[in-house]
Design a binder for this molecule. Structure first.
Ligand SMILES: Nc1nc2c(ncn2[C@@H]2O[C@H](COP(=O)(O)OP(=O)(O)O)[C@@H](O)[C@H]2O)c(=O)[nH]1
Ligand SMILES: [Mg+2]
Length: 200
């Protein structure tokens, strides 16, 4: 699949969580076999998008070392990924954002192309990856024209991502052929499991 539409899409790496299950260590910065998780993501995402931006609420200087803009949530106190989405849409000039979590280092190299194709085919406003077992809500391509709706939703006190998606033209995109691409590292045990997997 080609990346002919990449100029319309900004890649947003979501590194704005508390990482409670990782003992509060900033997950994007932890290493898997000597390489920081965010750096795996940047390598695979960079060719798929017009620009990369990093959404972080801590360690901004460390994230800035990768050479991409770093921005924090609009809302304080870790209100969830939608707060990061709203801040991202305020920053970008592209028509779409494609979000990825900082704790999923194996993202598909055709993530944006496949989400974008589905968005066009089905005239959708939001496309989200499905790995065959479950929906992966933070791997999403979102039309920036939804910013008004998103801010209204957040201002009303709502935080649930799925409920906001459900208010819009929303489609799930099948990535069951690439299930392992969505491996998620939430705990020190997950970190060891993935290191072992990549070494074999
Ligand atoms: N911007 C922002 N991102 C968040 C917040 N909370 C979680 N995230 C991001 O959302 C993604 C999923 O969070 P995580 O805690 O790993 O949830 P889980 O893997 O679905 O159980 C990660 O990329 C986090 O960095 C938040 O308050 N603000
Ligand atoms: Mg996670």
């Amino acid at each position: 699949m080609t990346n002919i539409n990449s100029e319309n899409v900004s890649g947003i790496i979501l590194a704005g969580g508390k990482a409670r299950r990782m003992g509060g260590q900033d997950k994007g910065l932890i290493e898997i076999n000597g390489q920081m998780m965010i750096s795996y993501i940047i390598s695979t995402l960079r060719p798929q998008v017009a620009e990369i931006l990093i959404n972080a609420n801590r360690n901004e200087k460390k994230y800035a070392q990768f050479g991409y803009p770093v921005f924090s949530d609009l809302l304080s106190d870790f209100q969830g990924p939608l707060a990061g989405f709203a801040a991202a849409i305020d920053k970008v000039t592209t028509r779409y954002i494609c979000t990825c979590p900082c704790d999923g280092p194996l993202i598909p190299d055709d993530l944006v192309a496949r989400l974008y194709a589905a968005l066009q085919d089905q005239s959708a406003e939001i496309c989200v990856a499905h790995d065959g077992n479950r929906i992966q809500p933070v791997y999403a391509l979102i039309d920036c024209k939804l910013q008004t709706s998103l801010k209204k939703y957040l201002n009303s006190g709502e935080r649930k991502i799925d409920r906001w998606y459900a208010q819009h033209k929303y489609v799930q995109v099948d990535f069951s052929d690439k299930k392992d691409s969505f491996i998620n590292v939430n705990t020190p045990e997950d970190q060891i499991t993935l290191s072992n997997l990549l070494m074999h």
